[in-house]
Structure formats: C-alpha cells, structure tokens
Write a protein that binds this ligand. Structure first.
Ligand SMILES: Cc1ncc(C[n+]2csc(CCOP(=O)(O)OP(=O)(O)O)c2C)c(N)n1
Ligand code: SF4
Length: 307
C-alpha cells in the first residue's frame, strides 16, 4: 500500500511536543487534498508560513486575526456561485484568542447565515504567539503573562468561556469538542463534520509546551489527563442537543492534571493553594455531572447465603 503523503510538510517551526501542529498534520491526513483552508493569524500560521516557505500542500489563505470564518464563508459562496463547489471542503482555523475572543462576533454571523464550512478552534488556552496572554478560554487559576500568579493573585480569575455551548445555541447541525490526546476521536469527528451540510464547529484541546510549562514528552499524557479528570469533557451536539459524550471510568482527581504544568505550579506552593485546587475540582465535578461523564459501576449481585 502506498504511504499516505503528508499534506502538512515537516520542517515547519513548531516547538517539540506542540499539540497544535499535530492537529494540523492530522487534519490534512483526514481531509486529503480537496480542501481549502483559511487561517487566522496565530502561532500555527507563523510556524507554517515563514515567507517564502510554506508547510501547506493544499490551498491555504492567511486572514486577519478576527477574520478566518468570514473569509471561508466568502470562498464557499464564490465556489457555489461559479458552480465549482463539487466536493471541495472549506475549513477555517483559528486559535482560541482568534476564535473565542476577537473573531467571535464574525464567527457567530457565519454560523447564523448557514454557510457550508467547518470551523476548527485549536484551543491551547491562551494567546501563545504573542507571549502567553490570557484569552477567554484560559482556565481558572492558570498563570499567564497578563494574569501572573503572585502575592496578590492565584492567576486567571475568570472561568473558561463555554464556547461550544454558545456555538450549539446557534442551532447549527454539528458542534464537538475533541483532544489531540485522542487523535482517533479527533479524526472521527472531523470526518463526521465534513459529511454534514451547513455550518459546523469543532474545538480541539491542544498543548503549548512553553505556554503550559510542560515537558514536551508529556504532551499527549497531559491532554489525556484533561479528559480523564473531566477538566476537558469530550462531547457532540447535533442541532443543539447533546448526542454523545466520552464517558470516564474511574475519574482522576484534577491534581494529577495540574501538577504536571508550570502554569498551575503556584497552587502547590502558595498558602491556601489547596482551597483553589478544591475550586478547580468543583469545576471538573460540575462538568462530569452536566454531561453524565462518570461510568457508574453496577453493584454485583449478592451471593445467596448457604442454608
Ligand atoms: C487585530 C489584531 N490584534 C492583535 C494582533 C496580534 N496577534 C497576532 S497573533 C496573536 C495571538 C493569537 O492567539 P491565538 O488565537 O490564541 O493563537 P495562538 O497564538 O495561541 O496559536 C495576536 C494577539 C493581530 N494580528 N491583529
Ligand atoms: S509556542 Fe506553543 S503553540 Fe506555538 S509552536 Fe510552540 S508549542 Fe506550539
């Protein structure tokens, strides 16, 4: 069997252990060549297109920070108007800063107008390209350069914005969360999204090694811990209703996820850090309750007593 050609070429400039570049490579393995990509400025654009080089072997267009969704919508409309839509898929990509903060209004408009595009937000939970500033998707208590942990603060004091729920509230046909800790789950959801006509939104959890302060060799393990602790629940919405969740057998305490990352290391050193970890545990517990994530072991039938 012929080897699959990598449509996202090696030699780009991502850091070792970057979950976001793994996302791009896996995405193109799923889509194949018949795809047009629009991408908001951010780390994944910068590492893949240092002029005059490009890692992209498919049609790819740069857009402004806030504009990836409208540019994709324009391409989709033009393909339809010129009778060239055929099976060509149009995918817009943005980081969480581009998607969940600055491009959120534009994205909402595109979803509302029913364009046949797939929008994928790679969620590394901060503005990494410009130096690890907090975004609306940064988790509670994470230390970033704009929410530094120190004597007066435990780090980011607002909760992660629930962007998938807001996308689902548009009543679009498909919304999903996934994680690069589970590439097969990611591939399955992208395939499903691309088989559906209309606007689709996928949010994929992906590591940033310097931004999270992690050992690059632990990238996948840490992403899996986010799912296994219910810090990053995986689910699908179809037409506004939750239709599937990734269940968790023997949910792990959030400590196991937090302790491997420098962005949370202050919680293990500061007075009252334990109380903050308990608050984060409550966030995970709520996720588990809301989506029914915990696998409940069935009680074993009691053995009949010998007469
Ligand atoms: C309107 C506008 N504001 C700010 C910037 C500067 N800028 C470029 S990339 C970026 C951060 C991108 O963050 P995110 O979307 O989370 O992607 P990441 O870098 O984490 O991959 C910023 C602030 C810009 N290009 N345009
Ligand atoms: S800074 Fe973070 S997001 Fe950017 S290439 Fe490095 S690991 Fe990936």
């Amino acid at each position: 069997m012929a080897a699959l050609e990598d449509l996202f070429a090696s030699g780009h400039r991502a850091c070792a252990g970057c979950g976001c570049s793994l996302f791009l490579k896996t995405l193109l393995n799923v889509t194949g060549p018949n795809v047009i990509i629009t991408e908001a400025t951010g780390c994944m654009e910068v590492i893949s297109t240092p002029y005059p080089e490009s890692a992209w072997k498919v049609p790819w267009i740069h857009s402004l920070f806030e504009n990836a969704a409208p540019v994709a919508a324009g391409i989709e409309a033009a393909l339809k108007a010129t009778g060239r839509k055929n099976d060509t898929k149009v995918i817009a990509i943005g980081g969480d800063g581009a998607t969940i903060d600055i491009g959120f209004g534009n994205l909402s408009g595109v979803m509302e107008r029913g364009h046949d595009i797939l929008y994928i937000c790679y969620d590394n939970e901060a503005y990494m390209n410009t130096g690890i500033q907090r975004s609306g998707s940064t988790p509670y208590d994470a230390s970033t350069t704009t929410t530094p942990a120190g004597k007066v603060s435990f780090g980011n004091q607002s909760q992660k914005k629930n962007a998938p729920a807001i996308m689902a509230a548009h009543g679009i046909p498909y919304v999903a969360t996934t994680s690069m800790g589970y590439p097969a789950d990611f591939a399955k959801k992208v395939r499903k999204a691309l088989s559906i006509e209309g606007p689709k939104y996928i949010q994929v959890h992906a590591t940033c090694t310097p931004g999270w302060g992690i050992d690059s060799a632990l990238s996948i393990e840490i992403l899996r811990l986010a799912v296994e602790t219910a810090m990053y629940p995986l689910y699908e919405y179809e037409n506004g209703e939750v239709t599937s969740v990734k269940k968790i057998k023997g949910r792990k305490p959030v400590r196991e996820y937090l302790e491997k990352q420098k962005r949370f290391s202050h919680l293990f050193k500061m007075p009252n850090g334990d109380k903050e970890i308990e608050k984060i545990q409550q966030i995970a517990d709520l996720n588990a309750k809301h989506f029914g994530l915990d696998v409940v072991e069935k009680a074993k039938p009691k053995e009949a007593k010998a007469e």
